[in-house]
Design a protein around this ligand. Structure first.
Ligand code: PBG
Length: 324
């Protein structure tokens, strides 16, 4: 005797008919790293296939992304100058601001999301201004985050994505945007961001590893599940429009909890090590890259995220175009 489910698996057409999770190229946000300088196109050693570009070399990449149908980018900047307070982050002609202007000139219809944080801009690599004991000063950092968000909006960013995890940042950023005429710019907040070893390769990619200590005092502890919903609710109350859960794969329960309890679009950030681990395995011939990537991206979608920030976006777009 076959169970009903078994009957619904017995041919490809039936499996296709009863599936209820879909991937669409519009689901994906593709991260791009832009470095200040000229003639740079440098592969990130720990992230094969992902490059840092200077603005003068990024056109080819943008064309490729556009031609694959990807319409959303997340921009990270790597400045030449870093200092204690991350001044370059809110410089109106800083690297992110110039990159956004360039992308919008080339592809006005491309949705440009900017990462609002200080860790790529501070000499110590932490996500805010530090006190004499090396702790991040929350309230002093907030003011700077507001300035960063406004300078991104001024440059043409469509959405700002604060990733610093300071308390009260969504409210401050919302107010700063509203006061400067950017009422329409949504905030995609990294609401549920765990202190995670899965960011390792990113810190190579963006030169943002903390020079001492770690981020455990401001990023979340993965052993506490009760904090997730509170953090997300607080961000919504403060004016967040989209909630990010980060990383994705070890936190599918968190995605689904947010999905079941809140009414907001959820974005999952499929972070750097989640990419690099697949790359390393597939380069060794230990797994089939396409099968592995599809399985995990469908998993993220099934958990309840409708937006997926992923370094695999170009591959996924290709596979979707080929009929998966
Ligand atoms: C902070 C930021 C980080 C990532 C995205 N934004 C690093 C961190 O929080 O330490 C990590 C993304 C990834 O690992 O792919 N600006």
């Amino acid at each position: 005797m076959f169970k009903r489910h078994r009957r619904l698996r017995n041919s490809k057409n039936i499996r296709n008919l009863v599936k209820d999770v879909y991937l669409d190229v519009a689901d994906f946000v593709y991260p791009i790293f832009i470095e200040e300088g000229a003639d740079i196109r440098k592969e990130i050693a720990s992230m094969p296939g992902i490059y840092r570009y200077s603005i003068d070399r990024v056109e080819e990449e943008l064309d490729e992304v556009w031609n694959l149908g990807i319409r959303s980018l997340l921009i990270f900047g790597i400045p030449k100058e870093k200092d204690e307070v991350g001044k370059e982050a809110y410089n109106d002609s800083g690297i992110v601001q110039e990159a956004v202007r360039y992308i919008k000139r080339l592809y006005p219809e491309m949705l440009v999301v900017t990462d609002v944080c200080m860790c790529e801009y501070t000499s110590h690599g932490h996500c805010g201004v530090l006190d004499e004991n090396g702790y991040v000063k929350n309230d002093e950092t907030l003011e700077l985050l507001g300035k960063i968000a406004v300078s991104h909006a001024k440059a043409g960013a469509d959405i700002v994505a604060p990733s610093d995890m300071m308390d009260g940042r969504v409210k401050i950023i919302r107010e700063a945007l509203d006061e400067t005429g950017y009422k329409n710019i949504p905030i995609m907040s990294y609401s549920v961001k765990y202190s995670s070893a899965f960011y390792g390769p990113f810190r190579d990619a963006a030169d943002s590893a903390p020079s001492f200590g770690d981020r455990k005092t401001y990023q979340m502890d993965y052993r506490s599940s009760w904090q997730a919903l509170d953090e997300a609710r607080e961000d919504l109350d403060q004016g967040a429009d989209i909630l990010i859960v980060k990383p994705a794969l070890a936190y599918l329960d968190v995605i689904s909890r947010l999905k079941d309890n809140l009414n907001a679009p959820i974005a999952a950030y499929n972070v750097s090590a989640e990419y690099s681990m697949v790359k390393a395995c597939s380069q060794n011939g230990w797994v089939d890259e396409k099968d592995i990537v599809l399985e995990k991206i469908y998993g993220i979608k099934r958990a309840g995220a409708t937006i997926i920030i992923t370094y695999f976006a170009k591959d996924l777009a290709r596979w979707i175009a080929e009929g998966i």
